[in-house]
Design a protein around this ligand. Structure first.
Ligand code: SF4
Ligand code: SF4
Length: 538
């Protein structure tokens, strides 16, 4: 067998959580800092890569967790996301301000327009402002944050957390024009901006055109529009009986918000089987914990309206059939089901919407009427216009928007400097060499056998009465320490130097899981089977 190659990318990929995080957050590094009570430093490690640690520590879709190695040795991964929140909750604000770049920054003479004020645009602003770019941000909302402000309810993301993290960025000298809907990309393009970034998200909620839709329009609401209206306090009530259509996280936010606005009997009705719903498992659990049943395998047939008043909806019962890896929903043949409702919220998906981009601008659009965007550089076919976040490739999540924004910011910088956009750095992959003796471990390396700790929640009787009362309380520091100890520190990787190894076996003696084997070389399949921890699965 040949020695393992020492390409930094290889080491990076072995830190599964970090590789799975779209923004490549150095997870084990911040977890060790939390275990050492260094919350401010842990926050900054996050802030550098994912920009919104307080927001994401509460709301991230956490693709890192299914990848976590701890989840391969027992049922549950390390609570990576909620540990991030611990850093955000316990950091010292003054300390954070000492770390983050403070303007005014020396100008580099370049000017960039950001259209949209959500996570993608804010992350571009955060990356470029300290480099001397003059940033102008336009958003139709009265404040920054985009979908983090309008679509995530306060009981999951308190306003103060959002304000703080948006503020860190806007205070870098960003020129903001809120309450400003950009009606024409041409108008912006004709101004003296060196580059333009479009981060307008996926602002259009899908509608459901089945019989009765128009007659009952007053009591049928598009989910994201309704959440926005609640966030800006234009809507404070909903009927007692509510149907929420859809199976994603927006549907979960709609149903839980309905419970707080007067909905006594709130039901989620979804076409797909429960297990295949798009909502994160924990979002479904939280909804059901608030006494919201999820009725799966029901396809909407019509809105039932009597004398102009919505009475409910009819559904057809279906069952899934799988052929060649594709799912079909076939009617069960049972009678249609009627479910009563005073209001219906439609949360069946979101779409991009670019009525404000002139089609004669020279920008290429694809067959779905989406701008053609390079997946590496995020550049459109108009060289100085870049896209990122949901506006680039359709709705995903905050952390993906941030990751794309970092790449777009790199491209904008290269473009403004007249350099090639292809010649770009890999995602952060630093190899830090540390010579460690057995007395030099800087963290507690005991392998704990604790199972994942659950995050405590506030009393349901209180949270259902106040839509702004945060449900999750977060780990206290003691529990966070114990949860942090579950991390296996996958970024600590020993590089054996064959020429220098004297086979003292010290590494074998201190390896906490006794997995190091000294044995003669051989063919790889044979060698794999002779290890103390045989690796026959690769
Ligand atoms: S055990 Fe720790 S370092 Fe390893 S994948 Fe999980 S969180 Fe990351
Ligand atoms: S930002 Fe999200 S995906 Fe990345 S490490 Fe944090 S919780 Fe995981």
């Amino acid at each position: 067998m040949q020695p393992t190659h020492t390409d930094p990318e290889y080491y990076h990929k072995v830190v599964d959580c970090q590789w799975a995080c779209p923004a490549h957050t150095p997870v084990p590094e911040y977890i060790r800092l939390i275990a050492a009570d260094k919350y401010t430093e842990a926050y900054i490690v996050n802030w550098e890569s994912n920009v919104f640690p307080g927001v994401l520590g509460r709301t991230c879709d956490r693709p890192c967790e299914p990848a976590c190695r701890r989840g391969r040795v027992e049922d549950e991964p390390v609570a990576i996301c909620r540990l991030k929140r611990v850093a955000a909750d316990n950091k010292e604000r003054e300390g954070v301000l000492n770390y983050i770049p403070a303007g005014p920054f020396p100008s580099n003479g370049k000017k960039v327009a950001l259209i949209g004020g959500g996570p993608a645009s804010l992350a571009v602003a955060r990356d470029l402002a300290p480099m001397g770019y003059e940033i102008h941000l336009f958003d139709e909302q009265p404040a920054g944050g985009g979908m983090m402000r309008t679509q995530i309810p306060s009981f999951r993301l308190p306003n103060a957390v959002l304000e703080e993290e948006v503020g860190y960025i806007l205070n870098m000298g960003i020129h903001t024009q809120f309450n400003t809907y950009v009606k024409s990309l041409r108008e912006v393009a004709e101004k003296d901006y060196d580059a333009i970034f479009v981060g307008t998200g996926a602002p259009r909620g899908r509608d459901l055109n089945v019989p009765g839709r128009q007659e009952a329009a007053a009591n049928i609401h598009i989910g994201i529009e309704w959440l926005q209206s609640v966030a800006f306090e234009h809507t404070a009530h909903i009927g007692k009986r509510v149907i929420v259509l859809g199976g994603g996280n927006t549907a979960m936010d709609c149903c839980r918000t309905s419970r707080r606005l007067g909905g006594d009997s709130v039901k989620v009705v979804v076409r797909s089987p429960f297990a295949e719903m798009k909502a994160s498992p924990w979002e479904k659990e939280d909804a059901m914990h608030e006494d919201i049943p999820i009725i799966d395998n029901h396809v909407p047939v019509s809105f039932v309206v009597e004398d102009g008043i919505l009475k409910g909806m009819m559904f057809e019962k279906v069952h899934p059939v799988y052929e060649n890896g594709k799912r079909k929903l076939l009617p069960t043949g049972e009678p249609h089901v009627f479910i009563e409702a005073d209001d219906v919220l439609i949360a069946i998906g979101q779409e991009n919407s670019f009525p404000w981009i002139e089609r004669d601008l020279g920008m290429e659009f694809d067959e779905w009427d989406m701008p053609v965007v390079d997946p590496l550089t995020y550049q459109s076919t108009v060289p100085k216009i870049f896209f990122g976040g949901d506006a680039a490739f359709g709705p995903k999540n905050i952390i993906t928007a941030v990751a794309q924004a970092h790449q777009a910011a790199i491209s904008i910088d290269l473009f403004c400097q007249g350099k090639s956009l292809i010649d770009r750095p890999h995602p952060a992959s630093n190899l830090i060499s540390a010579k460690m003796g057995i007395h030099e471990w800087s963290y507690d390396s005991v392998v704990t056998v604790d199972k994942r700790f659950s995050v405590p929640q506030a009393d349901k009787n209180l949270t259902l009465k106040d839509r702004k009362l945060e449900v999750e309380l977060g780990f206290d520091c003691k529990t966070a320490f114990k949860e942090a100890e579950r991390c296996l520190n996958c970024d600590v990787q020993t590089v054996f130097n064959a020429k220098r190894c004297i086979e003292c076996d010290a590494c074998m003696d201190i390896c906490p899981t006794a997995c190091i084997t000294f044995t003669a070389n051989g063919e790889e399949p044979d060698l794999r089977s002779r290890l103390k921890a045989p690796a026959n699965n690769l």
